[in-house]
Ligand binder design. Structure first.
Ligand SMILES: *Cc1c(COP(=O)(O)O)cnc(C)c1O
Length: 411
């Protein structure tokens, strides 16, 4: 008899976004004329930069001629792309990362999940709370946790609460953890990390032989020039960190798909016999066996991100969403709400007013002003009493949503 991976049965049936959809659909059915504005899901709305589109069209043309046609590419990505990334994203910032330490992939979501394959089963794993749910669910699927309690916390994971009380930066644990997920600028809180804070994590990881999984999906949104974009700007990070980056949020590739993972060559973890094993070799083996590369067309599109025109265009794209975030911050502050984030990130993290729970505030916003956001409690127990508003939308929708909130919801 065939059996299933029982770990999947421990998952909380992906309840956040389906539950949002259920409540929005019920409201829309009861109020067919209501113009609902969705500021919930974190997907981009603006078109791909022209430089990327032009490069992809040219790449499609190359596919039409036998002499320029491309079949399988390198599993790790084309060298011409990895070189540009190494120079422009890392070396230009003083981060000593080489092209062959960069693995091009079809998404950070997959990479942050797949990376667990090269790690052992007995690691103590820490996540922040609230957190990007992918980190938790992929650990559940991999069998790295026990069952969830009624708050949705999985046995065996270490949760590091991030709230207004600690300025949305997790305290360094007093005990030893082996794998730590950090995401800065943060989804969902919109918080960013200083060099000092990341240095403290790197020092902790080096002292404990831990590995940091650093998710920099939102690095392009950093506006404060003193903040680090990469963990490799921090001294010692090459010895303890893997970094994930994506073209989804800086260049609008959520539907086109392209990302990258950096595994420094000297980075090691222990084998069962106590010897040090290079993680680069394992990840290279994993990718070469289970992945066949990102399409040539898409990699040419991403290469154009690094052209002069591409840089101007992605900066304009990011500025557009950051201006939305600024409008959201200002208007919600005018409405009497306490808001966080939204300065170096496309997410504004709102404290719910009058002690409302995250879901109570969700219902209130939906029913009174027909605006949809994301309940903070859906990202973890410590997100209760908070609410995420995404800046990924048209200016018109953002302005209309904020107008409704300030006019009707002043607290
Ligand atoms: C959007 C996002 C990503 C990017 O995922 P892709 O699979 O590359 O689209 C990664 N991490 C976080 C926290 C995100 O919000």
């Amino acid at each position: 008899m065939a059996t299933v991976n029982d770990n999947y049965l421990k998952l909380k049936a992906g309840y956040l976004f389906p539950e949002i959809a259920r409540r929005v659909n019920a409201f829309a059915q009861a109020n067919p004329d209501a113009k609902i504005i969705r500021l919930g899901i974190g997907d981009v709305t603006e078109p791909l930069p022209e430089a990327c589109r032009t490069a992809m069209i040219k790449a499609v043309e190359e596919m039409s001629d036998r002499s320029t046609f491309k079949g399988y590419g390198p599993e790790q990505g084309y060298a011409w792309l990895r070189e540009k990334i190494a120079v422009q994203d890392f070396q230009a910032r003083g981060a000593a990362i080489e092209a062959d330490e960069i693995f091009i992939s079809d998404g950070s979501k997959c990479d942050t999940g797949n990376i667990l394959e090269i790690f052992g089963k007995n690691n103590v794993i820490a996540v922040t709370d609230p957190v990007y749910p992918v980190y938790v669910d992929t650990n559940v699927m991999a069998g790295n946790t026990g069952e969830a309690n009624e708050k949705g916390e999985f046995e065996g994971l270490v949760y590091l609460p991030v709230t207004a009380d600690n300025n949305f930066t997790a305290e360094i644990p007093s005990h030893k953890v082996d794998l730590i997920y950090l995401c800065f600028p943060n989804n969902p809180t919109g918080a960013s990390a200083t060099k000092k804070h990341l240095q403290a994590w790197v020092n902790y990881a080096k002292a404990n032989g831990s590995i940091i999984f650093f998710d920099a999906a939102y690095e392009a949104y950093i506006t404060d020039p003193t903040l680090p974009h990469s963990i490799y700007e921090i001294e010692g990070a090459r010895d303890c960190a893997i970094e994930f980056r994506s073209f989804s949020k800086n260049a609008g590739f959520t539907g086109t798909r392209c990302a990258l993972t950096v595994v420094p060559k000297n980075l090691t973890a222990k084998a069962a016999d106590g010897s040090d094993v290079e993680l680069w070799k394992l990840w290279n083996r994993r990718q070469s066996t289970k992945f066949n590369g990102v399409s040539y067309i898409v990699q040419r599109g991403v290469e154009a991100v690094y052209s002069e025109a591409g840089q101007v265009q992605i900066k304009a794209l990011v500025s557009f969403y950051l201006e939305n975030a600024k409008i959201i911050r200002e208007q919600l502050t005018n409405a009497g709400l306490s808001v966080y984030g939204g300065v170096n990130a496309p997410y504004v993290w709102v404290k719910t007013p009058n002690g409302l729970s995250s879901w109570e505030f969700f219902d209130k916003l939906l029913q009174t002003v027909k605006v949809v956001g994301t309940p903070g409690s859906g990202f973890g127990a410590a997100g209760e009493g908070y609410f995420r508003i995404s800046a990924f939308n048209s200016r018109e929708n953002v302005e209309e949503a904020m107008k409704r909130i300030t006019e009707e919801l002043k607290v």
